[in-house]
Design a protein around this ligand. Structure first.
Ligand code: OGA
Ligand code: ZN
Ligand code: ZN
Length: 390
């Protein structure tokens, strides 16, 4: 990757800043205090920056690698005295006591005023409301350029599910689409898998039976993030797809049955997949929470739930909580159900949105999906890269 050229009069932008933030207000005042520098811009915004922070964010070629823009400076010294300040073309120059000179773009600093939230094109997650309808993007628009892909990614990251319509009935199209975003995430089922009824299935998905709402591969320490299922054939009777927002369901559980929510979040259970070549086991709670108590992952997959190994007195309570969540998840009010059309692809966040399908009758026709997975990091990265083109 080569760095974006930056106007010569501008100070270098630190740390992977490939977009030119060198627009925005100019600096009109810089007054050093003990261990802070007070700045004022021409729109009268004010902010104070610790000197250690400023020294750490120096963008000169000694402190950042000029090509990778990654940090070389270790940030271990504490600046001994306040630097001499200068304003050139509304941008800031600091002359440190040891002779080091740092230059900062005024707009870059403006966006990093302590306490300011970071601007990120990645949308925040939005829970499905009753009557939620997913965004559809035409395959042609996705293929044509940034706008379609951007709309698809935004919907996927915000809603956890998005549809791509009217694609070609082409083998491996799912891999080609996925590869635009990032490397395919391989699992024990391969980097790309075929979902159809097979003679010697090693997975419920490779039969014709119905699949209750589930997440894929909760028996992995890091289950795949984004699942893509591309429909090539779907003329058998049945086989409708079902989806539910697992995070929204977990929040409803938290409100309606807080004790069940607590149990499912605090009790780790075993998940396990075994076939001729694999034996993959992970122990985790059904609901994972972050430090603030927000749900970050739902692991629900009844057919690879392993032996429930809990102390005797906890077993019945866990089943009671599981049943309550299970019923909630099935509530048709919150569930999406539709038949995938050939040439249509559904993409969803496997760690948030639960998916399933109705049983189909393989004697009445064929049903064939091709699937793969992607990392969420790559989806977010792609959206940020596309946002640079605006
Ligand atoms: C799967 C799966 C759904 C379907 O392959 O993991 O859940 O519609 N498939 O067949
Ligand atoms: Zn420097
Ligand atoms: Zn599945």
């Amino acid at each position: 990757m080569s760095p974006t050229p930056i106007a010569a009069t501008r100070p270098t932008l630190p740390m992977g800043e490939l977009t030119d933030h060198a627009r925005g207000p100019s600096l009109v005042e810089a007054s050093p205090g003990d261990d802070r520098l007070a700045l004022r811009w021409d729109d009268d915004a004010r902010a104070r920056f610790p000197l250690t922070w400023l020294r750490d964010h120096c963008a000169c070629a000694e402190c950042r690698h000029p090509l990778t823009r990654e940090r070389l400076y270790m940030g271990l010294e504490v600046p001994e005295s306040a630097p001499a300040t200068g304003l050139e073309d509304g941008n800031l120059t600091l002359h440190w006591a040891d002779g080091h000179v740092s230059r900062y773009d005024a707009g870059w600093l403006y966006q990093r005023r302590p306490g300011e939230v970071r601007h990120d094109p990645v949308p925040t997650r939005q829970p499905w409301a009753v009557g939620f309808r997913p965004v559809h993007v035409a395959h042609g628009d996705f293929a044509a350029g940034a706008d379609g892909e951007r709309a698809w990614l935004r919907a996927l990251l915000r809603d956890g599910l998005v549809l791509l319509d009217d694609g070609p009935l082409a083998d491996e199209e799912v891999s080609r689409l996925a590869a635009r975003i990032g490397p395919l995430r391989a699992t024990n089922f391969g980097a790309r898998f075929d979902v159809r009824s097979k003679p010697n299935p090693n997975n419920a998905a490779y039969t014709a039976i119905g699949l209750a709402l589930h997440s894929d591969l909760p028996n992995w320490r890091q289950p795949p993030d984004i699942q893509l299922l591309y429909c090539l054939e779907n003329d058998a009777e049945g086989g409708e797809s079902t989806f539910v927002d697992g995070f929204a369901a977990a929040e409803t559980l938290r409100r309606q049955a807080p004790e069940a929510f607590r149990l499912l979040a605090e009790t780790s259970i075993d998940f396990r997949f075994q076939d001729e070549d694999h034996d993959i086991v992970w122990c985790a709670p059904l609901l994972s929470l972050d430090a603030a108590g927000r749900v970050t992952e739902v692991r629900l997959n009844n057919w690879i739930r392993d032996t429930l190994r809990l102390p005797l007195e906890e077993i019945d309570a866990w089943y009671d909580a599981y049943r309550v969540f299970w019923r909630l998840v099935q509530d048709p009010q919150h569930r999406l159900e539709f038949a995938l059309a050939p040439g249509q692809m559904v993409a969803f966040d496997n760690r948030r949105v639960l998916h399933g399908r109705r049983a189909f009758d393989p004697n009445t026709g064929r049903r064939h999906l091709q699937g793969t997975y992607l990392d969420l990091d790559m989806c977010e990265s792609r959206l940020r890269v596309l946002a640079r083109q605006r």
